[in-house]
Write a new protein. Structure first.
Length: 293
């Protein structure tokens, strides 16, 4: 499948980066051919790491601003509910994250003011300016509106084109996953996936495998949460005092109350019988006493 998608095609020999030598299989017609055996291994490693990140409930930011990768990244990232950047990378998005969050909040504020009718008194020109500002914010930051904290990982399609994003991530110690072609430097990438980063089919097949692993991690997280909830409820029931459970059982079962009341009635009857017997003996003693004298 990787071969059919053209993942093995690298760049021209004169454009290669010597650091990619371990991932190059051969040269043909002046073009480097990537070793797909190593590509498969690296995809598996990256997929497993992405799965563990998603399983822990953390976010992975996808970055791809090149034309042929935009629609693919948007589709795959949305399918696993992860943030993505497909327009121009806003400089300082990671290293100056609080400022980016302010811009996102500004977008939400504009929506709120438009919704409650605050902008109804504005002139057409002012309203047009606000609308344009809102559209610009939505285009650049709409896909990261739900990103309330720094992502735990960065997935980059072309590490050479997105070098600013990679530098910011490395500065903050955020692991970087990247599709690396033969003209790029893999040294700054934590999880290198050597493959063609220009062909749509190549990008699609790699992202499909990675996003499938992310989806699997999310499902496992959901299952673990359900098991923990069930276990917590079971522990609460087990910790309930025994006497409270017995009282509850008595209230719910009238037969048990009848069984408990029966012995008390028998005791009362026995006490009455003993008292009557004592009274009778005393009367007989009093009557017989004068005759004896």
């Amino acid at each position: 499948m990787l071969l059919e998608a053209g993942c093995h095609f690298g760049h021209l020999r004169r454009k290669w980066n010597p650091a990619m030598a371990p991932y190059i299989f051969m040269e043909r017609n002046g073009i480097h051919i990537i070793d797909l055996h190593k590509t498969v291994v690296k995809i598996d490693e990256a997929a497993e790491a992405l799965k563990q990140i998603a399983k822990s409930g953390k976010k992975i930011l996808f970055v791809a601003t090149k034309k042929q990768a935009k629609s693919i990244v948007e589709e795959k990232a949305t399918s696993v509910n992860m943030p993505y950047v497909i327009e121009r990378w806003p400089g300082g998005m990671l290293t100056n994250f609080p400022t980016i969050r302010k811009a996102v909040k500004k977008m939400a504020t504009i929506d709120k003011l438009i919704g409650d009718g605050t902008f109804n008194n504005l002139s057409k020109r002012e309203l047009l300016q606000v609308t344009r500002q809102r559209a610009k914010l939505e285009k650049n930051l709409g896909s990261i509106a739900d990103l309330t904290r720094l992502p735990s990982a960065l997935f980059v399609v072309d590490v050479m084109k997105e070098n600013i994003a990679v530098k910011e991530a490395k500065r903050l110690g955020i692991p970087v996953f990247g599709i690396v072609d033969t003209n790029s430097n893999p040294d700054d990438i934590d999880f290198v996936i050597p493959a063609n980063d220009d062909a749509k089919d190549s990008i699609d097949i790699i992202l499909t495998a990675c996003c499938a692993a992310i989806a699997e991690g999310l499902e496992e997280r959901k299952a673990e949460k359900a098991d923990e909830k069930a276990q917590a409820e079971q522990n609460e029931e087990a910790a309930e005092p025994r006497n409270m459970r017995s009282r509850k059982a008595r209230r719910e079962s009238p037969k048990a109350e009848a069984v408990e009341e029966a012995p008390a009635a028998e005791v009362a009857d026995n006490e009455a019988t003993v008292l009557d017997a004592d009274v009778a003996d005393n009367e007989a003693t009093v009557l017989d006493a004068p005759a004896a004298e």
